[in-house]
Design a protein around this ligand. Structure first.
Ligand code: SF4
Length: 489
């Protein structure tokens, strides 16, 4: 039996320029079936023509796995069609298929999807492969949705009960040797790979889907396993490690211990990056100093909003959100700071949106990302926004955090989108050039980006000055291309 697992080719273009990271979940799945079958992983998100690649590659595989978040799901269906036309069966996993399994099962999409592995995939996927090798039914495989014929011979998708979470000791080390594409994954020109240190989060932010995948649980891998995994990633070419944990700072003491272990293991020559909550980072200067000593040079900080009313709405009202202190600690350790700031909440007017801009500017954030509240399927936030009649779009291809899919009580969908675009466009100006840390830490990458963007900006400035085009024209152009974090205003 031959199995091919595909990453989603749909990415946020602006983020992809800063970090293109190979998929970790797929090599973890591969590790759980490689004793049963031949398994390959193709990270197709950096390819020029991923459909052509899949068309050529897919022949000879019996089972093709696809993973998708909401905005990636439609393209996953296109790839599933290619796989099915080549005679393979398809299995879907990831956030969107997990959360929307019922709707998918009742829709025409189910014609392209033979199985859905819901929630944590490793054990379910292994049992699926075992059942196929043994020619057995999939009835009883926890966490799996599959097709069955009812008493009238009609095909329908059946959803087996959910699977309890694994103990972390049951999760095998990722099998990076399964990767078919090993070049082109870099952050600031340094080859990068992911290593997970924990799974899940106990917080209950209303916009987040993590709890729907993992429950409110926080499971920690042993520090020894993390160090071994870092060594494996380095042996596979990584010079930079991204920790994609859902909330790595939920246990600040443990993160500090991990940093010390990295130092003790002599692994400080690697560059480390992670995502973290502002409250976790702000909770301990000692932790952040230790992160600096271990080799961290980039943190994506979930600040979300400075506005108390919005923090309440997002379900973060009870958390201390000391963004000032968090950014200060990180910058003191020469760590590049990116922040996620969310606008477009129900009571937001234009001033409220710009408040996030002013916060980022005041804190001298290196890469702020001005997100728009997104009513992801099944989240508490979606239910509330629907109740208020504020959801304006249910085409999930735009559910990427950067597109407006709602209006506020004061702003239309287009106004939310336009103001947010303007904030992104305005931020990266001469003042930003002066203070951002990237130019000092990664000067070659920075110089190349400036060379790439300078003619583009100059052309737009000239067009504006000559009255050939308007700011709205640029907005529409960027909206069409999906590159929403640049501009010229
Ligand atoms: S803290 Fe982060 S991972 Fe946890 S629920 Fe909130 S957004 Fe999700």
């Amino acid at each position: 039996m031959k199995v091919l697992l595909l990453s989603s080719p749909i990415v946020q273009l602006d983020f992809d320029r800063i970090a293109r990271i190979p998929n970790l979940g797929l090599v973890s799945l591969a590790a759980h079936v490689d004793d049963l079958c031949t398994v390959h992983v193709a990270d197709i998100h950096g390819l020029k023509d991923h459909r052509e690649y899949v068309s050529k590659m897919v022949n000879g595989y019996d089972l093709v796995g696809l993973t998708a978040m909401s905005f990636q799901y439609q393209e996953a269906l296109c790839l599933a069609k290619i796989a099915k036309d080549a005679g393979a069966e398809t299995v879907f996993g990831g956030y969107h298929p997990t959360l929307a399994a019922e709707e998918i099962g009742n829709s025409r999409d189910a014609e392209l999807i033979d199985y859905i592995v819901r929630g944590e995939g490793e054990a379910t996927f292994r049992e699926l492969v075992q059942s196929k090798l043994a020619g057995k039914s999939q009835r009883g495989i926890l966490g799996l949705s599959y097709h069955e014929h009812d008493n009238n011979g009609k095909d329908r998708m059946v959803h087996n009960p959910p699977r309890p979470l694994l103990r972390v000791e049951e999760i095998a080390m990722p099998k990076r040797d399964a990767r078919l594409i090993t070049q082109g994954f870099c952050s600031f020109d340094v080859p990068i790979d992911s290593v997970e240190t924990s799974r899940g989060c106990t917080q209950g932010c209303k916009f987040c889907s993590i709890n729907l995948m993992y429950g409110r649980r926080f499971r920690r891998f042993s520090i020894e396993r993390v160090i071994e995994d870092i060594r494996d990633a380095e042996a596979h070419g990584a010079g930079s490690i991204f920790f994609p944990d859902d909330n790595i700072t939920l246990d600040p003491k443990r993160l500090e211990r991990l940093c010390q272990a990295i130092i003790d293991a002599g692994l400080t020559h690697l560059r480390y990056k992670t995502q973290a909550s502002a409250s976790g980072i702000a909770s301990s200067k000692q932790l952040v100093d230790k992160m600096g000593e271990a080799g961290f040079d980039g943190v994506f900080l979930g600040v979300e909003s400075i506005n108390k009313r919005n923090l309440e709405f997002l379900g973060k009202g009870k958390m201390s959100n000391d963004a000032d202190r968090a950014v200060q600690y990180l910058h003191d350790n020469n760590i590049i700071v990116s922040t996620g700031l969310i606008g477009g909440n129900p009571d937001d007017d234009e001033e409220d949106l710009w408040e996030n801009f002013r916060l980022a500017r005041r804190l001298k954030v290196d890469f702020p990302i001005f997100y728009i509240s997104t009513p992801y399927p099944r989240t508490e936030m979606r239910a509330e926004l629907e109740e208020m009649g504020l959801v304006t779009n249910s085409d999930f291809t735009r559910y990427d955090g950067l597109h407006a899919n709602l209006r506020t009580k004061h702003l239309s969908e287009e106004e939310v989108q336009f103001i947010t675009w303007k904030m992104n466009a305005r931020y990266y100006d001469l003042e930003w050039m002066r203070y951002n840390k990237v130019k000092r830490i990664y000067p070659k990458w920075f110089a190349r980006e400036v060379r790439r963007l300078a003619p583009f900006y100059a052309r737009r400035k000239l067009d504006l000055a000559l009255g050939r085009r308007t700011v709205r024209d640029f907005f529409q152009e960027d909206l069409a291309s999906g590159e929403l974090c640049k501009g010229v205003v």
